[in-house]
Structure formats: structure tokens, C-alpha cells
Design a protein around this ligand. Sequence first.
Ligand code: TRH
Length: 357
Amino acid sequence: MAAHAPLHWDVFCRVVDNFGDIGVCWRLAADLAARGQAVRLWTDDASALAWMAPGGAAGVQVRDWAASELAEPADVVVEAFACDPPDAFVARMARRTVPPLWLNLEYLSAEDWVERCHDLPSPQLAGPGQGLVKHFFHPGFTPRTGGLLREPGLLERRAAFDRSAWLGAHGIAPRAGERVVTLFCYPDAPLPRLWQVLAGTPTLVLLTPGAAQALAARHAPPPGVRRHALPYLTQSDFDHLLWSSDVNLVRGEDSAVRAMWAGVPFVWQLYPQHDGAHDAKLAAFLDRFLDGVPPAVATPLRAWWRAWNGVGGDGAGAWPEPAAWREVCLAWRAQLAAQADLTTQLLGWVERRRAGC
Ligand code: TRH
């Protein structure tokens, strides 16, 4: 891992809803700090960090959003998901002799336009930041994007993981021959469809708190399918949960990326958008994920993922054969792991900009 000049970073995170905003920002802040950077994470709601990262991280200061109005800007400002840092802070940025580098960290998408928009400058022609240039930093699945968060050593830890020990330590006891499925979904997930596809194979479903447990309380599973309610886990143990399962149903953005690093069959329920934009995002991802995959796997997967996301997939039936499905996920992970991770790219981008490149 190349050494990078230790800089000061301000990461701004406004919690819109759910856990992904703070989940992504925390993961980025902790990864930067682990690489020697000093990070202030400014957020309007740090409450989820109490269970997501109860021990915090060396080098990360979690600060209240409002206090940033009086703060002196750092060397690099990361505005997550266009959350608009306070005007007073931005005005200070503009007044600095050497203005900070300013990035807008965008939401994850597999759509083609992402590659065209990644790293585009946005000169601020008016307002408190007049004269500054903000750049768009797009995470993504190809080398012409900003990549995905993947902290150093993650895949090595994954390879060394002891599933049985972790499950046992957390009071989770799959029976012999029982498939383990993790469910992390939105309230509109069509759970009866999941019960239908699980029926007939002994399965232990691990239910994350919130929507998954609420849905499973309303819809009893078929015979042979057992439910186990989980507490909120730390981000590190959430990874271990994904690594302990045979199939992961994940949602949003960050848990989907973590499911890809798990190398286990997964289904992604995208954050539902009222204008149906998640349909296009889903289609774009599936086109990349299933590119070159045999129809025996690609066809049922695409149908089922579309049905799970409520965008068609009426013919959705059984899942693909597990070993073939797992091979697709392992090949996808290998393809992603061959690309520079997001934090490495971000650090390189900052160094180039500060060197005037
Ligand atoms: O919670 P989400 O639906 O967050 C969403 C998405 O990020 C979406 O892109 C965004 O627009 C919206 O928020 C505002 O799903 P996501 O992205 O997977 O974030 C969940 C985070 O919570 C992730 O970092 C994993 C973490 N987590 C734990 O650490 N432990 C747990 O027990 C659970 C259930 C989640």
C-alpha cells in the first residue's frame, strides 16, 4: 500500500433515511484514518454509529454538523451524496489562501453515464463557494469510475474466516443440511415470493432488525424454513454475517457492496425511487453482472432480481443452482478486486491535484 502524505479531511454526511449515508461515510472515514489521514466526520445524526461502530476509529473525530459553521476547513472536503455543507463553512473554504480540494461523493450506480461524469469539475460561479471548483467523484464497477470501498486486508480476512465459530459465538445454530439466508430488505420487499423460492429446502433465515423482522412477523414462512431474529451488528460483524450465509439478500448501497466482497450468492434490493429510477439502475447493474454468464444462471437470476425489486420479473421462479450462482459471484468479485479501491483512488486523486496535475 503506497504511503500518502498525511492530510486533514472533512467528510460531510447528512442522514436522509436508513443507514447507508452514515454507513458509507463512516467506512470511508475509517479507511482514510487507517491509512494515516486525519478525518473529521460532520453529521447531523450519528446515532447509528452507536451500534455500527461502537468503538469508533483512531484518527476519526465524529462532530456535530452545526459545529462545522465555526470550523476552519481541512485540506480536503468530501461532500457525501450532495449534502450541501453549511454556507459559512463553504465561505471559509473560498477564503483560504490555498482552497481545500472539494469532492462530491456520489451514490453508487452501474449506469454508463457514471463513467462520463466521474471526475468532472463543477466551477462554483456564485454563492458562498464562488471561485471554488467542486469535483464529482463517482463510485462504480469499472476502472473508469472511482471504484468501490475495499479496505486493505478485507479479502484476506474473508478467506481466513471461520463461519462455524462465528455463528456459534452469536447463538446461531443452523441444523445439519440447513441453508443459511440473510435478509436485509426494505418494507416493500415481496417476502411471500422469498418464502416461495425457499420452500422445499431446509433453510434458516437470519432476519436483520427493522423491515425484515417486521415483514417476517406478518408473513409466516413455509414448512422447513426457520426464522432467527438478529440484533443490530457492528459493520465488522455485519460482514461476518454475510460471510456466514449461503445466500444474502441485501439492499441500498453499502450492504450490496459488502455482499459482493463476501463472494456469496446475493440478491440486491435497490433503494426504491418513486420515479422508477431504480429500475434503470438495476438493469444497468444486471447487464454488467450477468455479462457472459450462461443463460441457465442469468435468466432465472435476472427474473428473480427484477421481481424482488418490484419491476416485473413475472416469470420469476426458482433460483439458479447454488454452485453455478456462487461461481458467478466469485468471478464478479475477482473482476472488482482487480480494480483500485475507492480510497486508494481518492488518495491518488488528491495527490495529483495538490501536485498541480
Ligand atoms: O440502510 P440502507 O438502505 O441505506 C440507504 C442506501 O445507502 C441508499 O443508497 C441511500 O440512498 C439511502 O440509505 C439514503 O442500506 P445500505 O446502503 O446497505 O446501508 C446499511 C448500512 O448499515 C451498511 O453500512 C451496513 C450497516 N449495517 C450494520 O452495520 N449492521 C447491521 O446490523 C445492519 C442491518 C446494517
